[in-house]
Design a protein around this ligand. Structure first.
Ligand code: UDP
Ligand code: MG
Length: 138
């Protein structure tokens, strides 16, 4: 089966007009955009999506941030696209993320309780399957 990953342009990325720039980098890398939609998440979707982070200090700010506006959700396809997109995205902390990456080039610390870092990408095949089911239910 073709490898797939779930990518979100987070509300900060959509607000700042960076959706096209994120898609441009994905397409330039060579991954296929299999599905794409703009939507506003619900608390229920985010509780599932970020279940692994429940109880951490940044969890509530993260959920509020992800509810603060629409996101653009995508399914990418391509050999090793899970690690490939994580590499395009860069490190979680945009201040530390390497130049050349989405977070390193386009993100910064705004002094908020959560890092607003433009994109999400699944971190394993299991996460990708689970997350695609949340954002693109059959
Ligand atoms: N996050 C944060 N502070 C942290 C860790 C995470 O604000 O110390 C936020 C950040 O927006 C991140 C999200 O929570 O993208 C999910 O965290 P994860 O560790 O899964 O990072 P990612 O996989 O997005 O790089
Ligand atoms: Mg993660």
């Amino acid at each position: 089966m073709t490898m797939q990953t779930l990518v979100l342009v987070k509300p900060d990325g959509v607000r700042r007009g960076l959706t096209g720039e994120v898609i441009r980098r994905i397409e330039a890398k060579g991954y296929t955009l299999a599905q794409l939609k703009k939507l506003t998440a619900t608390r229920e979707m985010l509780a599932e999506h970020y279940a692994e982070h429940e109880g951490k200090p940044f969890y509530e700010p993260l959920v509020e941030f992800m509810l603060s506006g629409p996101v653009v959700a995508m399914v990418l396809e391509g050999e090793r696209c899970i690690e490939g997109f994580r590499s395009l995205a860069g490190a979680t902390d945009p201040t530390a993320a390497a130049p050349g990456t989405i977070r390193g080039d386009l993100g910064r610390d705004w002094g908020a309780k959560v890092q607003e870092n433009i994109v999400h990408g699944s971190d394993s095949p299991e996460s990708a399957a689970r997350e695609i089911g949340i954002w693109f239910p059959a």
